[in-house]
Design a protein. Structure first.
Lengths: 78, 410
């Protein structure tokens, strides 16, 4: 998990914001603040979704016995 | 008659008895009920085996306990294997047990029930402890064999669903000696590395022996201690393991586990788009209602700011829609690829291929009805013959029906 917000967190928060704004029982200043947050999240979601590449890695032992992530080359048939 | 008396010392007679018993019963199976079981501080287990008529002392040394998956208990009916041993210092004999099987139920089945009961009592299966599985993880960890069917099934789902997702495989043995240790260690390591949002612990189908590592206590505890939510996907739908009970979620199969966390990307794009539209619409509505009430507030600035914000709407949606169309296009290309492959396969079966071998496809004009039999046409009908490199149009001037074979002479 990176420090950056995950897609999961972004879309969950966006859902909350939309619900809150649609509820209408909200101070206009607050509404604007969370709206702006919502647009930021929307951009994050769109950006995350733009990543088409998937990436499959495998945790292996390096030369000194340390853990290293390598790109996974596919399943050896056998 | 003189009786010659043979007098043994205690040691000598004991030695003879020892020799006799140990030589005669080096390799025996005994059925009985366990009673007076106690575990010594040395770890050896002492008990007696009894039936209606007799009892025999027995010991299960610590070193042999590994071979017995379940916990022997008083009252349990068992069959033991071992040899008779005479303990000369006490003038006692006992059976030294090296194997034990429960009666009427498999040893593994019994071990499973015992561990399930124990962990249940300890609260390892409590719903309250279970973590939510993230619906849209960015990174998925898989604890499984790097060469197994389970991994292949999961990666197939990931492939099919397009999400730009990161997958990290923590390779382990999934059966046999040392497998449980590796699985537990991989779960701990994933927790230390903190790089995945959810873990799938997976294995394809197999016998109860094959699935056994997922019934071991150390795996159960590693799952319980994990801070990362864990989906257990072991064996087929009908197989239940201890891992399934401890995990935050049980998936019936590895594919099903993947389907739970790898959402279809196009669905995600649609959902994001809907949320963004709703976001802007909500502000739109608010703006309208504030304008109506403008007299009540000094809202001019707010209204200006809202209007500005709303102007961004089209841009974000454009981005998303461009992305959606790229995705759709990718999907179309993939579908087209599949379609073309299917057409290729169809071609191999097609009559058009037989044309290449010198046959023709005949149809009657003008309807283009296929002609299979001389009865499908009459004289003066126009027909079309399709050959591999073109068409022939002709008119029938004579019809000759073939004579059925072997129907004439005797």
């Amino acid at each position: 998990m990176s420090a950056a917000i995950t897609f999961e967190e972004a879309i969950k928060r966006l859902e909350e914001i939309v619900k809150e704004l649609e509820g209408g029982e909200i101070e206009i200043e607050k509404a604007l603040t969370i709206f702006e947050e919502g647009t930021r999240l929307a951009k994050i979601c769109a950006k995350k979704l733009a990543t088409i590449e998937k990436r499959v890695e495998i945790l292996k032992k390096g030369e000194k016995g340390e853990d290293v992530l390598e790109l996974f080359q596919g399943i050896e048939e056998g | 008659m003189d009786m010659e008396r043979v007098i043994f010392s205690v040691s000598e007679i004991t030695k003879r008895i020892k020799h006799l018993l140990e030589e005669t019963f080096p390799d025996i199976w005994v059925r009985g009920e366990i009673s007076n079981l106690r575990t010594a501080s040395s770890g050896h287990i002492y008990f007696t085996l009894k039936d209606e008529g007799a009892v025999i002392k027995a010991v299960l040394f610590r070193g042999y306990q590994r071979a017995i998956p379940f916990e022997p208990e008083d009252g349990m009916n068992v069959i033991v294997h071992g040899n008779i041993d005479v303990f000369d210092k006490r003038g006692e004999y006992q059976i030294i047990v090296d194997l034990m099987e429960p009666e009427g139920i498999g040893a593994l089945q019994l071990a499973f029930e015992q561990l399930k009961e124990k962990l249940h009592k300890e609260g390892l299966f409590d719903e309250a402890h279970k973590k939510n599985i993230p619906a849209f993880p960015d990174t998925i960890g898989i604890v499984t064999s790097p060469t197994g069917a389970a991994l292949r099934d999961i990666l197939n789902i990931v492939d099919r669903r397009y999400r730009g997702i990161r997958v990290i495989i923590y390779p382990v043995l999934v059966q046999g000696e040392g497998a449980a240790e590796e699985i537990a260690e991989a779960i701990r390591k994933a927790n230390q590395r903190r790089e995945v949002d959810v873990l799938i612990v997976a294995r394809g189908g197999g016998s109860i022996e094959d699935l056994w590592p997922f019934n071991e206590e150390m795996v159960a505890r590693a799952i319980y201690d994990s801070h990362i939510p864990i989906i257990s996907a072991v064996g087929h739908e009908i197989d239940f393991t201890i891992s399934d009970f401890v995990a935050d979620l049980r998936a019936p199969t590895p594919s099903a586990a993947a389907e739970l966390v790898v959402k279809n990307k196009i669905e995600l794009l649609r959902w994001s788009r809907e949320l963004i539209i709703r976001l802007y619409n909500s502000l739109d509505r608010m703006l309208v209602s504030r304008r109506e009430k403008a007299a009540l507030y000094s809202t001019e600035l707010l209204v200006r700011r809202m209007t500005q914000l709303l102007q961004q709407k089209s841009q974000i949606l454009d981005d998303l829609e461009r992305n959606l169309s790229v995705q759709m296009e990718a999907l179309l290309i993939k579908i087209r690829g599949r379609f073309e492959k299917a057409v290729g396969q169809l071609n191999a079966l097609s009559p058009l291929n037989t044309l290449a071998r010198g046959f023709a496809v005949i149809s009657r004009l003008p309807e283009n009805w296929p002609v299979f039999s001389v009865q499908d046409v009459s004289e003066r009908d126009e027909i079309k013959a399709k050959l591999k490199d073109g068409l022939l149009f002709s008119t029938i001037y004579r019809i000759e029906k073939a004579q059925p074979d072997g129907d004439g002479d005797t």
